[in-house]
Ligand binder design. Structure first.
Ligand code: SF4
Ligand code: SF4
Length: 307
């Protein structure tokens, strides 16, 4: 039995869900869904000077993030894994456990990449619900979904994406990026990159943060906050005493790649990239990660064949 919703009923369904959840519709938003679970800035605990007590802000409200595409659903599944292994991230899971994730996908799905429910386009006017969790099952209401034994299903092929294809061989990417440490491309990118950190902020998988203590203006409380950080920023690798492990942009940009394609492969068995394209679209220097990777992989293959 399939649950099918008419395209025109989707917004009505979302309005109905607002009775029980805070609904966040991310269709057309530039920042990825990670911002709702790992916010750009977040208090981890607060010290009250008068009561001398520590408190930890607690997140209680259930919320629902709607409108993730295939790449973003895959990124959320990977981010869950990163935030669980090797240590479970309390603040991330506090929000994640209160949330539901609903995908909206206009292409035919071969393997559901994650989320609680995915609405998959099956005709120009209809989507079927792929229900992946019990929480997802609970929000599929008869009022909005028709039960059908064999709905008509059209094929909407996913557009061919050579970058995505390249990501399938994460072992090769890990070897190639590791090998490329002395490749001339990093000199070129060291001059081209502005070290602005935007690629990291917009990436659905970058998750590095820094910790900072802040005192309120009235001096009544002190909060420990964590906030997004980016390995391309100059202060990222600076340690006590002033030593900076990655002084140059070239070193920092290589480190971004190393983390995504080498360390991630060794720690999680895959690259931390889902080819969403946000870093390319938002880079003020016009750097295209897919082209950088292609050049490295092509040269690595030439190097292997010359041995
Ligand atoms: S394409 Fe860029 S922004 Fe998107 S997942 Fe890959 S590295 Fe992150
Ligand atoms: S967005 Fe572009 S310019 Fe900014 S740090 Fe990333 S690669 Fe460099």
């Amino acid at each position: 039995m399939e649950f099918v919703i008419e395209k025109k009923k989707i917004d009505k369904w979302l309005d109905d869900l607002k009775k029980d959840f805070k609904v966040i519709d991310i269709r057309g938003k530039a920042l990825p869904a990670k911002q709702y679970f790992l916010p750009p800035k977040q208090k981890t605990f607060v010290f009250n000077k008068k009561t001398k007590k520590l408190s930890c802000p607690e997140y209680k409200k259930e919320f629902l993030v709607f409108g993730l595409g295939l790449a973003d659903l895959e990124a959320m599944t990977q981010l869950d894994e990163i935030m669980e292994k090797p240590y479970s991230d309390f603040f991330y899971w506090q929000k994640r456990n209160k949330s539901l994730i609903i995908g909206l996908v206009d292409e035919s799905i071969e393997v559901a990449p994650g989320g609680d429910v995915i609405l998959e386009k099956i005709t120009d006017q209809q989507y079927r619900a792929l229900i992946l969790t019990d929480k997802g099952k609970a929000i599929i209401k008869d009022e909005f979904f028709d039960k059908k034994d064999k709905p008509s299903i059209k094929n909407y092929p996913q557009p061919d994406n050579p970058f995505k294809r390249m990501l399938l061989d994460s072992e090769l990417l890990a070897e190639a990026v590791k090998w490329s440490l002395n490749h001339k491309i990093w000199d070129k990118l060291g001059e081209q990159c502005l070290g602005c950190g935007i690629c990291t902020y917009v990436c659905p998988l970058c998750h590095c943060f820094s910790i900072e203590d802040q005192v309120s203006l009235d001096n009544k409380e002190c909060s420990r906050c964590r906030q997004w950080d980016a390995c391309t920023l100059p202060e990222f690798s600076k340690v006590a005493g002033g030593h900076n492990f990655h002084k140059t942009i070239k070193q920092r940009y290589y480190n971004w790649f190393y983390h995504k394609f080498v360390r991630a492969y060794h720690e999680y068995g895959k690259s931390q990239c889902v080819a969403c394209g946000r870093c390319r679209e938002n880079c003020p220097a016009g750097i295209k990660i897919s082209e950088v990777l292609k050049e490295i992989v092509d040269d690595y293959k030439k190097h292997l064949s010359a041995i």
